[in-house]
Design a protein around this ligand. Structure first.
Ligand code: HEM
Length: 487
């Protein structure tokens, strides 16, 4: 046996391969034993800490592969359902390199959202922070966050939308749809619309060469957000960081010019430049970049999915058309929608709610505990990650009857017995409540209005919904559109 251990050159090939097989098997066995011991010790330690029950999966990768595998399909629900059934609505798992407490419980989610800045703070991986920029609203904390959040809210509130933003939303949606003919990729078109809207709202630029160039760079930045879980090894991520630099350069030029100019404009940039204590150029640029990120992918995905769900639910589509035909019937062909029109679209709001509920584009939010936190009889230690899942609540049959199907009528006030609004949080809540929630609703409603009154359409081919890395349809929802004859 000596040569087995010393690598004797006189050993025969058969003996050598036998010895190496034995040593490989021994290594595998030792590794397996070490993993089992590690898993047992970890379970004992976490139980002693008073954490919610759960399964932490394999060392390092935890349950990440199961989660990604589930979210890459049309039906990721079993990942959550199985764990809720086994451990209850608050359980411990291990995803994206860290042990995480997962909440599928609306009360816990509300507690987490409301205690932002006290017991919890928002938490993003370093790779995402680099793309957002350190002064982005999503990363800000404390007093500065409060100030910037209310400034953003004040810019996107109902009266500003009514008096200033609505006219441009209507005009730009119509302008984009003018060129629609034959086969289009709806997701791409919706993205173009939301990008142009955001650029207009932020800094008063109409669509043109500059905004299209910015959009191309921007698409690369967005790609970088979805290179998890190992972004630093990805060329897509490196390209995204480079593109982020270019976007920031372009925006810096705009900010400097506007600072130097005498005139003030009634847009987001104007509000930032006029703010009392003042913001540096870098702070403003980071803020604008993050605003584009927050409003772009979200609103355009909901636009696309609303159309997909409506196409698959003809009764809902025909009721929606009726509502919009009635509004359009009282107007000239090219007359803009007014705030009063938006307010007379009750069924549209049901469709928007139901799309937000079923699609769950922001499926939940990550937070980190800033101290030991007691929840539902468990203790979550300081520094731990918590994931408040909106998706799990929105698709839970104990909160929404027949929860997994698209049923906009459930939102009709006369059909609601216990208000689903209590557990419906597509825009989050607490101090980080989405400041664009009303703006997104208005954009969606105007988009649907012009779509159903101007076009009929059929899907160009079958397309599936997937939920990783984001909620999207696999083929960007190709449809064939036809202008409706309104005579
Ligand atoms: C359907 C469309 C949208 C959905 C579903 C959505 C959802 C959300 C959610 C869930 C959050 C909370 C994140 C957290 O708590 O960590 C959030 C935050 C945010 N949203 Fe939206 N959003 C949408 C559209 C928009 C639009 C159009 C804007 C542009 C004004 C916007 C700007 C923001 C910003 C700046 C934040 C960060 C707030 C903060 O951290 O204080 N969102 N959004």
């Amino acid at each position: 046996m000596v040569h087995l251990l010393t690598g004797n050159p006189m050993a025969s090939p058969t003996t050598t391969s036998f010895s190496s097989a034995v040593s490989t098997a021994a290594t595998i066995l030792a590794a397996a034993a070490a993993s089992v011991i590690f898993v047992i010790l970890r379970r004992v330690r976490y139980r002693r800490l008073g954490l919610p029950p759960g399964n932490l999966g394999l060392p390092l990768i935890g349950e990440t592969l199961q989660l990604i595998g589930a979210y890459k399909t049309e039906n990721p629900e079993p990942f959550i359902d199985e764990r809720v059934k086994r451990f209850g609505p608050v359980f411990t798992t291990h995803v994206f390199g860290e042990p995480t407490v997962f909440s599928a419980d609306p009360e816990t989610n509300r507690f987490v959202l409301q205690n932002e800045g006290k017991l919890f703070e928002s938490s993003y991986p370093a790779s995402i922070c680099n793309l957002l920029g350190k002064h982005s609203l999503l990363l800000m904390k404390g007093g500065l966050h409060k100030r910037m959040h209310s400034l953003t809210m004040s810019f996107a509130n109902s009266s500003i939308i009514k008096d200033h933003l609505m006219v441009d939303i209507d005009r730009l949606v119509r302008f984009n749809m003018d060129s629609w003919t034959g086969r289009i990729l709806l997701m791409e078109e919706a993205k173009k619309i939301t990008f142009e809207l955001t650029v207009k709202q932020m800094m008063s630029f109409d669509p043109g060469e500059w905004s299209e160039r910015l959009r191309k760079e921007y698409l690369l930045v967005i790609e970088g957000f979805f290179t998890l879980p190992l972004p630093l090894f990805s060329t897509t991520y490196r390209k995204a960081i480079k593109a982020r630099g270019k976007v920031a350069e372009e925006l810096t030029v705009v900010v400097r010019r506007r600072r130097a100019a005498e005139e003030t404009k009634k847009d987001m940039l104007g509000a930032l430049l006029a703010a009392e204590d003042g913001f540096s150029d870098e702070e403003i640029v980071d803020f604008l970049v993050a605003l584009l990120v927050a409003g772009y992918e979200t609103t355009s995905t909901i636009m696309t999915l609303a159309v997909k769900f409506l196409t698959e639910t003809p009764l809902a589509l025909s009721q929606l058309k009726e509502e919009h035909e009635e509004i359009r019937g009282k107007k000239m062909e090219s007359e803009s929608l007014q705030w009063s029109d938006y307010k007379s679209m009750p069924f549209t709001q049901c469709v928007v709610n139901e799309t937000l509920r079923v699609a769950n584009i922001i499926s939940g939010v990550f937070r980190r505990t800033t101290t030991d936190v007691e929840i539902k009889g468990y203790t979550i230690p300081k520094g731990w990650k918590v994931f408040s899942s909106f998706r799990a609540v929105h698709l839970d049959p104990s909160h929404f009857k027949d929860a997994r199907s698209f049923n906009p009528w459930r939102w009709k006030s006369d059909s609601v017995t216990t208000s689903p609004y209590n557990v419906f949080t597509p825009f989050g809540g607490g101090p980080r409540l989405c400041p664009g929630y009303e703006l997104a609703r208005v954009e969606l409603s105007i988009f649907l209005h012009h779509l159903v009154t101007r076009f009929s359409w059929v899907p160009a081919e079958e397309d599936k919904l997937v939920f990783f890395p984001t909620t999207r349809t696999q083929k960007r929802y190709p449809i064939i559109v036809q202008h409706r004859d309104r005579s």
